[in-house]
Ligand binder design. Sequence first.
Ligand SMILES: [Zn+2]
Ligand SMILES: [Zn+2]
Length: 176
Amino acid sequence: MLPTAGRRLTLVAAAAVEPAVLAAISGAIERTWGLSVSTRMAPLLLPPSGPAWRGSQLFAEEVLRLLKGLLHEERMLALAVVRADITVPIMQYVMGEAEMGGSCAVISLARVGQDLVEERAAKLAIHEVGHLFDLAHCDNRDCTMTPVASVDELDARPTALCRYCLSDLEYRLKAP
Ligand SMILES: [Zn+2]
Ligand SMILES: [Zn+2]
């Protein structure tokens, strides 16, 4: 059992996301990380325009900020699922973003395509939750912490941690 087991995470459906997709994401997080996941439908009340946006793309940091505000009173992990394409200033786009070792993460369904949506969304979620546990990107392609830049790479990315990331995680969560 992973040392992350038993912690709670709120899955925030910030957009109209099919229940099957939400169920796939929460099941994957529970199986992979041992977290207890509850789902909440909660629009993040995004401003329709302004500095939160770059064209039709939403800055991921803005989503994390809104998510934090939404869950202000609750000291728990949170993952938002949005439909808008998200980005960070130095990238063309990202499929997910998380606070390293923090509490809030987001995944976007904008680039997962029409097929395998449940599986792909679940993989994005597993990876971002890894960042919440302070895991950095991993060079090992047999690891869910390997970064991806396309749906093809996402499809090739496994859902499990490699043994190096696993021992890193165990070390971090044991350390005072
Ligand atoms: Zn990452
Ligand atoms: Zn790894």
